[in-house]
Design a protein around this ligand. Structure first.
Ligand code: GDP
Length: 220
């Protein structure tokens, strides 16, 4: 191993699925990314994968409520995993039935997807976690998956506010088992290496030399 840290060296779009039944039939370990709409999810995926066009796919009309799967290659340690872009929650103007549809596609995915190894929850660093963020965290607690908390748009606040955001998220969201929140900025490229390292830690125990796979479902 050189001095370089963990790095994503390539990513490609696999497919979009409306729910767990149409999710890819593969053995790759998956990490899902969730957050309210406009929190900076697409920007984070693109910054992380160093590809400005990658998550744009999820923004094309009709696909905004889909679950999008990306195959991602990592170096140092070397493995391949699957990044899962979940539909954003908390659209200002969606009908009750649409909210229900959102829940009915996401909940089974979080509860039953065997490949799912960890979840990254994005929170806007400028504001305390919202009611919906807390509700999502509760669902995640039921799934018993480790959760990475990522504070987005950190470039929009000063250093003191960043530390306060970290303390606030820790107090409101974290269990003693969750890793410390990562301050992230897609525009300034902050937090990328930290997040890559965290991802590697989350899935490395299941990784063989080439790809992070899940054999026989979730452990633990
Ligand atoms: P999504 O709906 O969660 O996928 O959010 P987007 O990635 O589309 O971002 C929503 C808006 O926030 C866009 O105007 C982005 O340019 C902006 N944005 C996202 N991430 C950052 C960031 O790290 N810093 C700043 N300053 N703006 C950001």
């Amino acid at each position: 191993m050189g001095n370089e840290g963990t790095q994503i060296i390539g990513a490609e779009f696999l497919l979009s699925a409306p729910d767990i039944r149409r999710a890819p039939d593969h053995k790759l370990a998956e990490i899902a990314i969730t957050g309210r709409s406009n929190v900076g999810k697409s920007s984070l995926i693109n910054a992380l994968c160093n590809n400005r066009k990658l998550a744009k796919i999820s923004k094309t009309p009709g696909k905004t409520r889909m679950i999008n799967f990306f195959e991602v290659r990592v170096r140092n340690p070397d493995f391949t995993f699957c990044l899962v872009d979940l539909p954003g929650y908390g659209f200002a103007k969606v009908s009750k039935s649409e909210q229900e549809r959102w829940g009915s596609s996401i909940e089974p995915f979080l509860a039953n997807r065997e490949n799912l190894t960890a979840v990254g929850q994005l929170i806007d660093a400028r504001h305390p976690p919202t009611k919906l963020d807390l509700q999502m965290r509760e669902w995640l607690a039921h799934s018993r998956l480790p959760v990475m908390t990522v504070l987005t748009k950190a470039d929009k606040i000063n250093r003191n506010q960043q530390e306060e955001a970290r303390r606030c998220a820790t107090r409101m969201l974290l269990t003693p088992y969750d890793p410390a929140p990562v301050l992230f900025s897609s525009t300034k490229k902050w937090g990328i290496e930290e997040l890559c390292t965290l991802i590697a830690e989350m899935i490395a125990p299941q990784a063989d030399s080439m790809s992070a796979t899940v054999e026989g479902g979730k452990t633990g």
